[in-house]
Design a protein around this ligand. Sequence first.
Ligand SMILES: Nc1nc2c(c(=O)[nH]1)N[C@H]1C(S)=C(S)[C@@H](COP(=O)(O)O)O[C@H]1N2
Ligand SMILES: [Mo]
Length: 202
Amino acid sequence: MSDKKLETIVSTDTMREERVPPGQRETHAWPVLHYGDVPKFDRARWDFRVFGEVEKPFKVNFDEFLALPRIQVKCDIHCVTTWSKLGMLWEGVPAKYVMERAGVKPSAKYVLAHCEQGFTANLPMENFVEPDVICALKADGQELSPDHGYPLRLLVPKLYFWKSAKWLRGLEFLTKDQAGFWEQNGYHMRGDPWTEERYRTY
Ligand SMILES: Nc1nc2c(c(=O)[nH]1)N[C@H]1C(S)=C(S)[C@@H](COP(=O)(O)O)O[C@H]1N2
Ligand SMILES: [Mo]
């Protein structure tokens, strides 16, 4: 399948006059940041689960996941440790596809991303439904490297990059917000870089 045939969504933040949010600096490198070890990928045991406040929970294996519809997303990323990387091109399965296939209930107000080794990240539904949110398999034309989340990570370009959970294995829809790993450790429940929602104040 040629990349040229994929629809490309341009994240609205890349159209701002000032691309770098307050307190951030542009980097051209792509630093690696995470807690713990890089998990080994076990293709035979890997699955991706969508569950919680949905009409039709589902589970797919790796080959089935690779066959799902994809889009490309042009966006910037902003790490809370103050680096921003501009103009990336990502590829993956749109959040919209996941929501439609699972039949997300109106009662779903939050999303919890579940990853290898029990890592989690939470975000409000209103941020998850943005058209630039994908379950990403590729960045800048390459499969993700093990360090950057191979084979799959969440990509939420308009929130701080810690919400873009690496080694993603599932998405849970929730009625009530539930703090993920970094959120339990003091980071913000939403994490909007433009208003510097870096830390929890409650
Ligand atoms: N599974 C997992 N995903 C994670 C993290 C983590 O600790 N575990 N850290 C987050 C943080 S704090 C950041 S800044 C980004 C960094 O992604 P990168 O290493 O690809 O730059 O991954 C996010 N995703
Ligand atoms: Mo981070």
